[in-house]
Write a protein that binds this ligand. Structure first.
Ligand code: NDP
Length: 241
């Protein structure tokens, strides 16, 4: 029977590429999303992948959603914690709300999603947790104290949990993408992209969502069983973290 993979934020951007690549690799995929029903519907129509709506920032909603996915598709073998948001502001202008929303989604969201699947993975002696962090969690980024803190936290979480999961054959890894050409990045002013961002990337271009998805497929595979607690940088040479 095909293994079940659950991808948060799996109907758009990098998450959509991850969901599709996992499906192509033979997994039964569930794609979670937060609120963009139109994008989710279009994604299901285009790929046949089922979508499930709940917020990763809400622990009870995650536990309920995961139960629903497992009842419909089977036990989750691969969890990709990809959902993320930005609420950028220079720190002197950052509101407590901007801080909280990003921490709740990008950091607590990973706890909220991983905690309900962990017991089952331990019992079944197999699991793959893949957390999508960011180069800005590795190096820090002005205007993103909230995002950088959350994404650095994701890496700490990955390293701690890898140690707890190892004996149960559960690997926990992070991927730290650089600038990838999704809506999140294309929303940046074109002039800023061309003059300030692309010149920071030695390969001279944005990454493609599929370039992150292929790393996920590898980390999810049996072949990657000796890799745990790692953070794989995929950033075109922008930062060697
Ligand atoms: P997008 O904004 O394109 O997509 C974000 C996805 O996350 C959407 O599917 C959205 O759902 C979902 N989402 C947001 N909040 C929640 C929530 N509370 N609960 C469930 N789902 C949620 O983002 P990207 O594809 O660009 O980014 C994906 C991940 O990669 C993020 O964690 C991001 O921080 C990280 N990253 C991105 C980089 C980039 O250059 N793009 C660089 C480094 C890291 P909905 O469709 O309903 O809105």
């Amino acid at each position: 029977m095909a293994k079940v993979a659950l991808v948060t934020g799996g109907s758009r951007g990098i998450g959509a590429a991850i969901s599709t690549a996992l499906k192509d690799a033979g997994y039964t995929v569930a794609a979670n999303y937060a609120g963009n029903d139109d994008a989710a519907r279009a994604f299901t129509e285009a790929t046949g992948i089922k979508t499930y709506k709940w917020s990763v920032a809400d622990y009870d909603a995650c536990a309920d959603g995961i139960s629903r996915v497992e009842a419909e598709l089977g036990p989750i073998a691969v969890l990709v914690n990809n959902a993320g948001i930005t609420r950028d502001a220079m720190f002197h202008k950052m509101t407590p709300q901007q801080w909280k929303e990003v921490i709740d989604t990008n950091l607590s969201g990973i706890f909220n999603m991983t905690h309900p699947v962990w017991g089952g993975m331990r019992d079944r002696k197999f699991g793959r947790i893949i957390n999508i962090s960011s180069v800005n969690g590795q190096k820090g980024q002005a205007g993103q104290a909230n995002y950088s803190a959350a994404k650095a936290g994701d890496i700490g979480f990955t390293r701690a949990l890898a140690q707890e999961g190892a004996r149960a054959n559960i690997t926990v890894n992070a991927i730290a993408p650089g600038y990838i050409g999704t809506e999140m990045v294309r929303a940046i002013d074109e002039k800023v992209l061309a003059e300030r961002i692309i010149p920071q990337i030695p390969v001279g271009r944005l990454g493609e969502p599929e370039e992150i998805a292929r790393v996920v497929v590898f980390l999810a595979s049996e072949d990657a069983g000796f890799i745990t607690g790692s953070t794989i940088s995929a950033n075109g040479g922008q930062f060697f973290g």
